[in-house]
Design a protein around this ligand. Sequence first.
Ligand code: ADP
Ligand code: MG
Length: 529
Amino acid sequence: MALEAEAARITSQFEFGDDLVNKAVKEFQRQMTEGLEKDGASLSQIPTYVTAVPNGTEKGLYMAVDLGGTNFRVCSIQLNGDTTFNLTFSKVAIPRELMVAKTAQELFAFLAKQIELFLQTHHEDHFEQHVRRRMTMSSPEGFKDEHVFRLGFTFSFPVQQVGINKGTLIRWTKGFDIPDAVGKDVCALLQDEIDKLHLPVKVAALVNDTVGTLMARSYSSPGKTSTVLGAIFGTGTNGAYVEKLSNLKKPLEGEYDTSTGEMVINTEWGSFDNQLGVLPNTPWDIALDKASTNPGIQMYEKRVSGMFLGEILRLVLIDLLKNPSVSFFKDENSSSNDWKSTTNILASSSIYQQWGLDTAIMSVAAADNTPELATLRGELEKQLGIYSAGLDDAQAFKALAYAVGRRAARLSAVAIAAIVLQTGKLTDPANKDEPIDIGVDGSLVEHYPYFRDMIYEALAKIDGVGEEGANRIRIGIAKDGSGVGAALIALVAAGMEKNMSTADYLGELRSTARNLSTVPEDTEATTAD
Ligand code: ADP
Ligand code: MG
């Protein structure tokens, strides 16, 4: 039982008990306040200027693109009026070499190319006409603006936003590293490449995925309750929430509407506690950070999100494989293996390569509760080239994966609880018996079994939330929220160009969102996956 004992010794290092969770919540609250007061804090607490801005029409075709970290999504939403719309999207994996390209231009040219392909495939008529028109006009003013697609650009990296379609990149995260993009306006970078292809597309709004998720969920969530937090648990993790303007103490540049008394704040919580005051830090966390493109930063994200969980697990597994006192994924002879065959790991297995273990296999491990773990063992073969793993090997894999996943969920509860407490809604008499609505998006929270249950379990143990508070917190998936949210904000931006009144645009935005949320599953949506 050496393997089982060693696995248990490792999993215990991933325990993040109730006391530690509570201590982390307090620190999260402290860092949130600090970020609202000054620049350069651990939590950037970036003002988004999303409050209530004049906006436009509910008819027309809007586009949205989403650069998430793993995939690039292109989407168009045809708003036909009050009741119908068509949504089309395509998705492509971002090539790894472009994440660390020499120049920003290489990455953004690729993105523009995907937009072109999307238009050619899905909007051929418009596309041909528009390109012809743009090619034949000698000046940009020469073509009529209403023929141009308004595009909402979801860009899920830390950006200093200075206008609805203008924002400079603060730093890369999630394995991206293209130094010459830092400090540049990402909308202009994309627009330049779009213009080189003569595409009839205007980058109308810059949207963080968390804000898009919050917007989409807020307008479509059941009942009259508005959403307080939009959170991402995908390649990376981050959240945006509705803050009182009176709490926002640092100076704001530019104009914004003060009538609601609130503003959406992008926390950039991936960098919570970079100083490691309260975050757990195992030898494998240390090794992962050291080998990353950005050592010492995004320390919370490196313990929570999809890009990193698989890598933490991989590093644990490699240590176990190297440990001479345990027999892991190897057997003396076939008689010691319940499948009567000898375990064999391909020399070319990606388990030996950085990022070689996709977090998705941890979901397979968590979902396989059969005595034989046959599904998991099948995936070990398929994804990692580990043949005829023994039952004890698969059990150890499952236990270790669970430990890493559970710690991530408990850490996620820290951010959620701190923000719920910050809103004061749990104790506000005006909000009595109302749910506290949270929209989430991202493959991890969507597909990892029991991820939300583990979050709820931790929430119930947090001071000021408790069982009763946890029951009032409603965490709902805002599926493709970032795409729909970006289209909604593009619509807001188009309205701003036309100077519609605030009341008009809010009314239209709500009715549009309602239509979006009532679309049947089998809409004309096509997916080019
Ligand atoms: P993005 O962050 O680009 O918007 P996603 O939300 O799809 O994209 O997140 C991708 C991340 O989620 C990757 O790190 C991937 O490893 C992880 N992931 C994908 N599928 C699963 C799954 N079934 N279970 C857990 N994690 C997953
Ligand atoms: Mg995403």
